[in-house]
Ligand binder design. Sequence first.
Ligand code: ADP
Ligand code: MG
Length: 382
Amino acid sequence: MSAFIELKDVRKVYGKGSGEVRAVDGISFRARQGEWIAIMGPSGSGKTTLLNLIGCLDQPSSGALVINGTDTATLSRSELARFRSETLGFVFQQFHLVPHLSALENVMLAQYFHSMTDETEAMAALKQVGMDGRAKHLPSQLSGGEQQRVAIARALVNDPRIILADEPTGNLDAENQKIVFRILGQLHEQGRTIVMVTHDENAGKLADRRLNLEHGRIKQNLVFSAEENQDFDEVLEHLWMRTEDTSHDFGHVEAHEFTPVQWKRIVTTMEGIGLVTVHDGLEEFTPKGEARARDVIRRHRLAERLFMDVLNIHDEDEVEQSACKFEHILSPEVTDKMCTLLGHPDACPHGSKIPRGECCEEGRVLPAAEAAGVLREIGARS
Ligand code: ADP
Ligand code: MG
C-alpha cells in the first residue's frame, strides 16, 4: 500500500524520570490518500497528542512521520510551516476564531498566513459550509455550530489534501453535530484524507477505519472471525508459494480470488497484527507470519496427500476444495497424527514440499490400532 501518511514507531514523551508521561507510546500506522480515519479512545489516551504530531504542530520524541513522501523531520522550521499550511487543514473542538473579526475575515486571515488574501476564494470556502450568508457576522453573533462551520471554511481555504479534526463536534448539539459530519463526509468525497478524533461511536462508523487508542498505543483488535482468519491464511499461503517458486510469476493479485482492494485491506490488517511487513509494496513475512504460513501449507498439502493416497479421491478439484477446507480447521495434534499416518511424506501430490513438523523430526510411528481413530477424527471434520 502506498501510504499517504505514515507513522513509524512514533513516541511523544512529556517530562522526565518518575514524572514521565508517554502520551504517544510507539504508534505505527499508514493512511492511504483519501482515507477517513477516526481516532477513538478514552480521555487522556493520547488522541490530541497524536493528531498534533500528524499535524506537525508538535515534534515526536522519536520515530518518523512521513506525509506524502516527505519525512517531516528533514524540514526546516520555515519549510515545515509552509508544508503545514499547504497540506494540512485543522479543525479544533474550540473553534479558535478571532472574536473581533467577521466570519469572512477569519477565513481570510488563514489565507494571509498562507500567501495572499482573496475574498472570492474565502467566500467560496464559506459557501462550501453553507455560511456565505453570514460572512459579515462576528463569532459572537453565530451559534456554536455556525462558528465551527466557519472554522472548517478556514481550514479549507488553502485547499489542503489532509484535514485534521480534534473532536470537531465536542461542543455542538446533536443537530449541529450532524451538519459538521455531513460536511466532513463531503470533504471525504472530494478525495481529501481525514484524520478525526472523536468520542462519538456513530461518527466513528462514518470513517473508513478506526484506531482505538489506550495509554498512547493502538489497542489491537485481536479477535477475528473465522472468515477473517481464513483470509489471513490464504494470503499467507500465497506469500509462501511466492517464495517457493521464483521462476513462476505469481502476480499476487491475479493469482487468488481477492480483488486488489480486498488484498490490500487484508494485508493492512495483517501488518497491524504483526504477520507481515510491507516494503516497497511487497509483502514479507514476519517470523510469526512465516510460522503460521508454514503450518497452513503443511495442513493443506498433507490433506491433499490424505485424500489421494488414503481416501483414493483423484478428482483434482475435489481434492483441492477439501484441502482448502482442512487447512483452516485441523488442530496441530491432528495434523501431526495425519502426517504420521501418511508416513511423513516429503511432498504433496503435485511435488511441492511439505514443511516438516515435530512428528517428522521425532520420526513418530502410528500404531495400526490408532490409524482408524485418526481417520474417524478427520472424517468427523469433513
Ligand atoms: P486525549 O486527547 O486522548 O484526551 P492527550 O493527547 O491530550 O489525550 O493527552 C495524553 C496524555 O499526555 C495525558 O496524560 C496528558 O495529561 C498528557 N499530556 C498532554 N499534553 C501534555 C503536555 N504538554 N505536557 C505534559 N503532559 C501532557
Ligand atoms: Mg484530546
